[in-house]
Design a protein around this ligand. Structure first.
Ligand code: ADP
Ligand code: ZN
Length: 727
């Protein structure tokens, strides 16, 4: 595949489509010819589908039977760099080519011709009485801050018919407009001066201004100014006329970030994630391809945008588990960012206060560069961290806040400061137990317990999302009035807080309590301005939000993450506790983090408290090295799923008995075994796990192995290279 070549009319070309056929098909180049990488429409059976000219045809198909490419679409051809990225990503993650092409072309309306198209956005009129359906439409528009939608998309998001939208147009509540498509984005002015940097920050910023491919781990404590520093790298990249991509782990973080970019460069960058409307996504995709977008901020899928000249990729909070895509094509966006950068000749900045062990090791071995920001910016200091030994606390039953923590919260409130209580459990109670028969209420479709959500007044399965009313009688024994919630979730903790601190204003931050990213963002902004005294939160409070008045963080159950058998349990707990604690004392006032634990002498708890982080990473790395597990060995998960369990085990055992190709590369196979969550959405799940040495050709061996054993039609198979979750 070269970027030069050209296929004249009638030449044989191979065209890859996102259809599940497995490989590119041969066609004849259309009138006027086409370039490699061109986006084309081709006939496939009775249909016409979009594809990419992948290269020259292989000539195996009989020439007389070949069909011609129907037309070349009016978008810049896919560059060889992106093609190569898709190929390498596909072979690394063992995803089919159509599967990876889908990631790069998933935007509806992408290939419709330019010109104007009708969009719908909030109008000035406000009808006095609204039906529920009309309310829903307006809520969607408000949640997207006034952005314009195509009719079908708006109706679909609101769950109403297009007629409802049209009705609102008549009332003036919505306005129709002809919007020219593909408007260029406002230019970012990279010559504007940034904030005056501290000496450390300036040194870090200077070190990030490399050219060509290179990876840097930017490790800086929370609040040290990593964002300010990497924005300097963005400025440098833009000044060279190249494009920059910043990946963030959470959509809720983008709006604060967009404002920071606007303050720095005078305009907002392109935004790419599931919360952006189709019209905007189409526009951005095209602007990225033509060079009309200088900078993109987005979720992991932004990695597949058709950048013209990508000079820099920043992966912020690089340790975050949400970079791993766990459905469909299974890939880790952090690792794929490094792959894409190596092909595009870009710099990568991996920013984190608590890097993944993978990146820490890569820096330790010299594969990545490492830059440290050891102190918080300005006067603010890192919080002091202490444990509360729960064995010595006198705590009433059905209560979780120890007297020591209550005292600390009261002292904080009396100073007019904010306190945060962290519990990584959504809902009211994780278990609903029948006190008569001992039955725990489970999901009908999954091997998971239903979690009571009092706010929703329902039981919810956190695996599949299924909900049902909270029953009054036990479904197992039929006894009435004996079902009781067991254990705390954030909603239950909120009850205890209300009881203990009756005059405090309480805010609960849990992803399920907010209908949209915008609602969550508003709550976060209000808290930052002092709109609450006590913040109760799950994992989402650990991520990057800035609460200047917050000086106390209390962790309700610091032991929670240590119980699992996951190889990353220690690493994850360490990262999470450090991140949560890092929320405290970000402004002038010093912060304190208190960890409630029953095992204060546990090595991980001690490492979290202790100043010697490097010692923790070293010990953790040593343990993994001895066990030969990532990042010192390689792993792959094979997940078999199906409606019946017998064929899964039959196939799994068959695979286990024919593991020659794996043994030949020295790999070990474990399983088949029921997956820890053995049933999801009514489908049974069986797992096999492979461990191999770091240099072993794992993917080739897996391919050969799977080819050797016939897969029953009733079984679905998914391959997870470098699994992050073992569920
Ligand atoms: P991090 O990304 O490491 O958590 P940030 O870049 O968000 O840190 O910086 C933390 C806070 O300090 C932010 O409010 C930021 O605006 C401020 N800050 C950091 N560096 C500077 C600087 N050089 N001048 C002024 N404010 C700064
Ligand atoms: Zn379920």
């Amino acid at each position: 595949m070269s970027e030069q070549g050209f296929f004249p009319e009638g030449a044989r070309v191979s065209v890859l489509t996102a259809e599940p056929i497995g490989k590119p098909l041969d066609y004849l180049a259309p009138e006027g010819g086409c370039f490699p990488g061109a986006f084309v429409e081709v006939p496939l059976g009775p249909r016409r589908v979009v594809g990419v000219v992948w290269g020259a045809g292989d000539g195996r198909f009989e020439a007389g039977k070949l069909r011609a490419v129907a037309r070349v679409l009016d978008v810049p051809p896919m560059r060889a760099e992106l093609q190569e990225f898709l190929i390498r990503m596909g072979s690394y993650t063992m995803t089919s080519l159509p599967g990876v092409l889908r990631l790069a072309t998933r935007t509806p309306g992408l290939f419709d011709p330019p010109g104007a198209r009708r969009i719908y956005r909030l109008g000035a009129g406000m009808p006095s009485k609204l039906t529920e359906a009309r309310e829903k439409v307006l809520a969607v528009l408000r949640d997207h801050g006034g952005a314009g939608f195509y009719l079908t998309e708006l109706a679909q998001l609101a769950g109403v018919t297009p007629q409802v939208v049209k009705g609102l147009v008549k009332l003036g509540a919505i306005e129709e407009a002809e919007q020219p498509r593909d408007l260029p984005l406002p230019r970012l002015d990279f010559t504007l001066p940034g904030k005056a940097l501290s000496e450390d920050q300036a040194a870090a910023a200077a070190a990030l201004k490399g050219e060509g491919f290179g990876v840097t781990l930017l490790k800086g404590v929370t609040g040290s100014g990593k964002t300010e520093v990497y924005l300097e790298a963005v400025a440098e990249c833009l000044s060279r006329g190249r494009q920059a991509l910043v990946l963030l782990p959470e959509i809720a973080l983008t709006s604060e970030f967009l404002s920071r970019v606007e303050a720095r460069f005078g305009a907002r960058p392109g935004e790419w994630h599931s919360g952006v409307t189709e019209a905007e996504r189409r526009r951005l995709w095209r602007m990225v391809a033509t060079g009309g977008a200088q900078m993109v901020v987005g979720a992991r899928s932004a990695l597949f945008l058709p950048f013209q000249d990508l000079g820099l990729i920043v992966v912020d909070e690089e340790h975050d588990t949400s970079y791993k895509q766990e459905e469909g094509a299974l890939y880790n966006a952090r690792d794929m960012a490094v792959l894409r950068a190596s092909l595009a000749g870009s710099q990568v900045v991996l920013a984190s206060a608590t890097p993944s062990l993978e990146s820490w090791v890569n820096a330790a071995t010299g594969k990545y560069r490492r830059i440290d920001l050891a102190a918080r910016f300005g006067a603010s200091e890192l919080p002091e961290m202490r444990t509360i030994d729960m064995r010595e606390e006198r705590i009433e039953s059905v209560h979780w806040i120890s007297p020591s923590l209550v005292g600390a919260v009261l002292a904080t409130l009396s100073r007019g400061e904010q306190a945060m209580l962290f519990l990584n459990r959504r809902g009211y109670a994780p278990v609903t137990l029948c006190r008569a028969c001992g039955q725990q209420i489970g999901c009908d479709h999954c091997d998971a317990r239903m979690v009571e959500h009092r706010f929703l007044k329902r039981l919810v399965c956190h695996q599949c999302g299924e909900t049902k009313p909270i029953p009054t009688t036990c479904p197992a024994c039929g006894v009435e009035g004996k079902l009781a919630p067991v254990g705390p979730g954030v909603e239950r903790l909120a009850e205890e807080v209300a009881e203990r601190f009756p005059t405090a204003r309480v805010a609960v931050l849990s992803s399920d309590l907010f209908g949209s990213a915008r609602a969550l963002k508003e709550a976060v902004e209000s808290i930052a301005k002092g709109g609450a005294d006590i913040i109760i939160g799950t994992q989402i409070v650990a991520k990057g939000h800035n609460f200047p008045l917050l000086t106390l963080v209390g962790v309700i159950d610091a032991d929670l993450g240590l119980q699992g058998s996951d190889l990353r349990a220690a690493e994850r707990t360490f990262q999470l506790m450090r991140q949560v604690a890092g929320r405290a004392g970000r402004a002038e006032k010093p912060g304190v983090a208190l960890l409630q634990t029953y095992q204060p002498e546990h090595p991980v708890i001690r490492a979290i408290l202790g100043g010697d982080e490097e010692a923790f990473w070293k010990a953790e790395a040593e343990g993994r090295k001895v066990a030969g597990v990532p990042p010192f060995g390689r792993m792959a998960g094979i997940i078999l799923s199906g409606a019946e369990i017998e064929p899964l085990f039959a196939y799994g055992n068959d695979l286990a008995q024919h593991d020659g190709p794996l043994r030949r590369i020295g790999a070990q196979l474990f399983g088949p075994a029921p997956a820890p969550i053995a049933r999801v959405r009514g489908r049974h799940r069986v797992r096999l796990l492979i461990r191999a040495d770091k240099t072993a050709p794992l993917q080739q061996a897996i391919k050969a192995w799977l080819r050797g054993v016939k897969q029953p039609n009733s079984v679905r198979l998914a391959i997870d290279i470098d699994p992050q979750s073992f569920l």
